[in-house]
Design a protein around this ligand. Sequence first.
Ligand code: HEM
Length: 514
Amino acid sequence: AYAVYCVILYRRNKANVQQLPGPRYLWTLFSMANSVLPNSEWNGGMLLSWIGRHSMWDKYGSEILAFVPIIPGQPIMWTRSVEVARQLLANKSDWDKAPESVESLGMFGENLFSSYRDRWARHRRIVAPGFNQKLYELVWRESLRTYYDMVQTEEWLNHGGSYVHPDVIAMTSKIALYLIASCGFGMSLAWDGNVGERIRGLSLPECFQITSDSMIAQIFLPKWAFRLPFKALRKVYESNLVIESILMRIIEKRRLAGADPVQQGNAKDVFNLLLTANEAETDSKNALTDRELISNCFLLMLAGHETTSHGLGAALGLLACNPDIQEKAYEEVMTVVPDGSDPTFQDLESLVYVQASFMEAMRLFPSVNGIPRRAVQDTVLKVPTKQGSAYDLPIKKGQIIVVDFIGLNYNERHYSHPDEYTPGRWLDPTVEQGMNFSTGPRVCVGRKFAMVEGTTILAMLIRDWKITPILYEGETLPEWRVRCMDNAVAAAIGFGPTAFPLRFTKREKALIAA
Ligand code: HEM
């Protein structure tokens, strides 16, 4: 009887997605089984869009696919078309966030990311004012400070000018977390030692690591499960409590400091403006509750570091295995700042090739690899065909589509020779500007923050160090990229290569001490 039920539902689901082609897996893509099991004939897995970035689309010959599960569950559509993505993400479209995406970052309650569109504007009004020119200048200054903090530690200094960093992604993750902590919340963490206050033995960086590692469990397990007496689950529970209390303390401290900028510490940070915007709404229904404030702070910390760190790490790896491109970026830095001094905030605008190196790395390894949307009513999508025409695809209310940024970024219709690392393509104004930061009303609020941080850190590292990969005997640079980057990716909160070492050899003209 169950088998008959499965067959009937499977056929109904196929009809609901207009018989679109696509792989048939056992269970729906939005399930715990799918997330924890690897990609196989029977299971999509977390790396489905990476593994299938060419083969999946070539096989079915369509820019929109449907994953209809064999065991009854939600059928999910998947697209790699910029045109379809724009229809989904446009202002006042028939599409809203999908519950799975809302729940993924809503463990502390509703926030800017985890809100449906009828409640979203309230959060954006409070959070957006924090992102302004003064903040970006602060990000630039703090990026310089963090860079010097890092390269003046013993591990960088004690290697006679040639240092092998064992895990570049861990390094960029630390840079990004320290920057969002300082520019977002005025917390000054020191590279070598001070990780801020510890509660229940845990520091903020450790808590964020636990959050990243437990993301799948936090999405699929009920909240009460984390209170069960299992060490791994309790650790997540404890870590959430610590994050909550550290963020609550920051809120209380700032409230006590009132309008005194000296006591407030870094008066230009995001959090200060967020609180000020919220105070202005006091007594109105738009004011955020303390819980929503905590949730937004958590979101900014997490979104602000998991994404940029992966982009920066990918850029360093790709520059290392493309020495010509690295040299071109170095020459640009030396042209913009000929005396080898630090680039000013205004200089960042002129570092177009460095910026392009960062953007192109995020095209090849998009930190946010896909975003789901759900139809809020019956609607129709215009889907492009290979022949250059488009057809109407009727969609039923409740249908979920994932905009697959990996598929989109490797789509030859949008980018020629998509596997190649070609930063120069971003200097052509006719090139598809991509979706690294999404588009429409829910475009990434931290886009400029990430660009300023990425450009400054890359410019400083390229200026002072020659970056090279550690090759196996006889290994070529493209083979290194396949081994250490293409074949070693992971998807959790952010997507990208996991861990690889790089050699940093001090350039002759570098001003930093060695
Ligand atoms: C390379 C770096 C980054 C990438 C690739 C990136 C990408 C994205 C994307 C694709 C979205 C849209 C998600 C969706 O609609 O479902 C988004 C939203 C968001 N991002 Fe980023 N982001 C980056 C850096 C940052 C930074 C540095 C911050 C904060 C400091 C940030 C904060 C946010 C927030 C709060 C949202 C939700 C916006 C809304 O719904 O109104 N992001 N980001």
